[in-house]
Design a protein around this ligand. Structure first.
Ligand SMILES: [Zn+2]
Length: 381
């Protein structure tokens, strides 16, 4: 497929700050991304249980697609022949794709890691594949991704400092190879990924290597992999400050609502997580007043909505009793409505933070966020 020719550049404008929290906008040829931004995950070219226009209606400016899944099925070459990922999945706004590295490590079988890259067997049919920085750049180009991620390696935990350092240093060599293979693609962005585990010196070394190469944005990788919120926030107390202030900062794979708020407070601009959509399918519902489980018997006679202040379709038109019933009956509308509500709520958090940062009132907004959550769910009927 011929690449869209465009004179419009990928550009980040920082608009306001409140403490370390930042509000900005990423301009791309496919539309603006308001930051801080939460990216719903469209693993297999779909945000499960949602039409793309409905995902957009929740307030999402950008989706994340998974290179690992798409390269195996239906393959990047097929998506390219069919006009690229945006057309294929009917989403014409920005898409960020991960590099495939993380999911090879977490999903694939029989992995072999060398300086060149990683070979592995598909978790779907056992077929053998290779991912290298060069191949990852090629796949993400074939998909037509707007924001491309460098191919990196994230060591399995627990790991010693020496193991984390060795892995990080290889990821930095892969970052240079990713940059070389990405080339010059106006309107498209390449993000570097900081590694270094929970060790400040290694994070600093990684950030320095990435700044030396130069990227359109910078991600923090190797977090939200089981280290716990306290350790993650510990790293986020210094890691974002090591990255250029005039470029977007992306925290990969985060998170729960309080993780997201804590990350934005520490200077993160972008995040992604499967949590709102995955939880929607298992009956877990995120609200201003915390988490509730719709399968709990306490909801079966409750005519009230999940959240009377929420304007999503699940809360506007359906009772807890109905949502409890369709979940129990395993009706598809259950996953659809609960996913919609969760995505709506996550985007509402982002909008609330953007509004608060705009008037330099992030601290007050954060206090209210935590105070409302501490109230817990409304009393049973
Ligand atoms: Zn709702």
């Amino acid at each position: 497929m011929t690449e869209r020719t465009t004179s419009q550049k990928f550009q980040f404008s920082l608009l306001n700050t409140s403490g370390k929290a930042r509000r900005g906008v990423i301009s791309t040829p496919r539309g603006d991304i308001r930051t801080p931004a939460f990216m719903p995950v469209g693993t297999a070219a779909t945000v499960k249980a949602m039409l793309p226009e409905n995902v957009r209606a929740t307030g999402a400016d950008i989706l994340l697609g998974n290179t690992y899944h798409l390269m195996l099925r239906p393959t990047a070459e097929r998506i390219d022949r069919l006009g690229g990922l945006h057309k294929f999945m009917n989403w014409d706004r920005p898409i960020l794709t991960d590099s495939g590295g993380f999911q090879v490590m977490s999903l694939a079988g029989l992995r072999k890691l060398t300086e060149k890259g990683v070979t592995f067997k598909s978790h779907i049919d056992g077929s053998k594949h290779e991912l290298t920085p060069e191949r990852s750049m090629e796949i993400q180009r074939l998909l037509g991704s707007d924001i491309v991620m460098c191919f990196d390696e994230c060591p399995a935990l627990p790991a010693t400092d020496a193991e984390v350092a060795k892995s990080m240093q290889m990821s930095m060599r892969w970052a240079q190879r990713s940059k070389d293979a990405f080339g010059d693609r106006p309107g498209h962005a390449l993000f570097g990924i900081q590694q270094g585990g929970v060790t400040q010196d290694l994070r600093a070394e990684s950030a320095e290597a990435l700044r030396e190469i130069g990227f359109d944005g910078y991600a923090m990788g190797g977090l939200a992999v089981g280290e716990g919120q306290e350790a993650m926030f510990g790293v986020l107390d210094y890691a974002p400050d090591m990255l250029p202030a005039d470029k977007p900062r992306y925290l990969m794979g985060v998170g729960k609502p309080d993780d997201i708020v804590g990350a934005v407070k520490r200077g993160v601009d972008m995040m992604d997580c499967v949590l709102p959509s995955r939880s929607g399918r298992t009956g877990q519902v995120f609200t201003r007043r915390g988490v509730l489980n719709i399968k709990n018997a306490r909801h079966q006679d409750d005519p009230r909505p999940i959240d009377e202040n929420c304007t999503c379709p699940a809360c506007s038109h359906y009772s807890r009793a109905y949502l409890h019933h369709v979940f129990r009956a395993q009706e598809m509308i259950s996953g659809m409505l609960l996913t919609w509500h969760n995505l709506h709520y996550f985007q509402e958090i982002m909008q609330g933070m953007r509004d608060a940062i705009e008037i330099d009132a992030f601290g007050a907004w954060e206090a209210e966020f935590h105070a409302t959550r501490a109230m817990g769910d409304i009393d049973p009927i």
